[in-house]
Design a protein around this ligand. Sequence first.
Ligand SMILES: Nc1ncnc2c1ncn2[C@@H]1O[C@H](COP(=O)(O)OP(=O)(O)OP(=O)(O)O)[C@@H](O)[C@H]1O
Ligand SMILES: [Mg+2]
Length: 443
Amino acid sequence: MKARLLIVDDDVHILAALRERFLARGYQVDTAGDGDAALRSVRQQPDAVILDLQLPRRDGIAVLERLREDGVETTVIVITAHGSVAKAVEAMKAGAWDFLEKPFEAARLEEAVGRAVERSRLRRRDRAAAAPGGTGEPIAKSVVMQELLATARKAAASDATVLLCGESGTGKEVLAQAVHRWSPRAHEAFVATNCAAVAETLAESELFGHERGAFTGADKRQVGRIELAHRGTLFLDEVGELPATLQSKLLRVLQERAFERVGGRDTIHVDTRIVAATNRDLAAAAAAGTFREDLYYRLAVIPLTVPPLRERREDIEPLARAFVAGFGARAGRAMTIDGEAMRRLCAYRWPGNVRELRNALERAVVLCEGDALSADDLPPEVIVADELPPAGFHAQAEAYRRRLLVEALQRCGGSRTKAAELLGLQRTYLARMLRQYGLLDQV
Ligand SMILES: Nc1ncnc2c1ncn2[C@@H]1O[C@H](COP(=O)(O)OP(=O)(O)OP(=O)(O)O)[C@@H](O)[C@H]1O
Ligand SMILES: [Mg+2]
């Protein structure tokens, strides 16, 4: 994308000459003849501004001060009269990034503008890296998510254990981090551990640590994740996958905040806040006996269920805008989404939830050649998706059916045959609905 340059000078001849010069170098150029016009033109978000200090209506220093007050981020090169070093210093203090003294060679101005544009791009990229999908605040507009976040905030103030349930990609980890940040432990460590990622023996020493010589290969003492989370927050991701032997050891940590390292005799006490997450239906697993029931109740002190994205469609638009702005900025581009593309995004089912949306938009931003994403930039499955009815009767009916299915399965310990009987449905019909609602992997 072309770099955008704003040139501010009250001398029309200089304006015209500089404009020609930078247009010929491939810049997109705006011009302004006085301070007020400059402030209006800055709304176009130029990558660099060339600002003469002597201007009618509002001089260059006043323009700089105003930009700073308004929090406008741009990179300004000021042009000062010969011999006015004091003015240049004043301008730099007011937020200018570079200055040139008159008379100057055009080549020097070109260099300065090149550097300024590069700086703006880097800053935009930094801001993007800090923004979407990172450790930023969860984005939420829907009423369900607003309520969920409000509950999470209240929970964060206490030390109560939080259990986050929800399909893959709904934002459980984002929420776990938010609970930590909103808690009094925010300045201590957030220690994440994935209970499914490692083999059973490794999982044990990863969580609890081990003493030297505890097993073959244990040539050093290792401190486990639980100990590392002392005073902070321990995030147990995919807790539903924790091997049965470790479930009882974890139960003791939850009850007494105490444990022993593998091969160790000393009891270690920790002060840690626990947040766990799972995409399984742990209540059903507990009822079915595949997950310790007592552990389930200890984990689910504050159970929070993050709904799938298709059940909170109001969140799609703000999420999409944030992702596109973020990925665009990372590439140094100011990107938006056109109306048709947004309509498509809002109509699709998003079986992979927010993660799928994020990935689709990351790819779309790369493919898109202009500065507004269109439907053509979206993945084919999103484009061909059937129109979904607007949230209303049908969406609510679907949510209700879904709940009936989940509840029946829970009551029957995950047995489809029994659930079908309970609901008075054919087993094959039940299976079809489970597939339709993406509930197959919950049983
Ligand atoms: N509310 C949100 N605001 C901003 N980004 C979000 C939000 N929800 C999810 N994301 C982003 O979507 C992606 C998936 O989120 P996350 O990893 O938290 O999901 P998850 O529920 O832990 O998934 P899994 O069960 O597969 O581990 C991440 O890139 C995350 O940053
Ligand atoms: Mg996760």
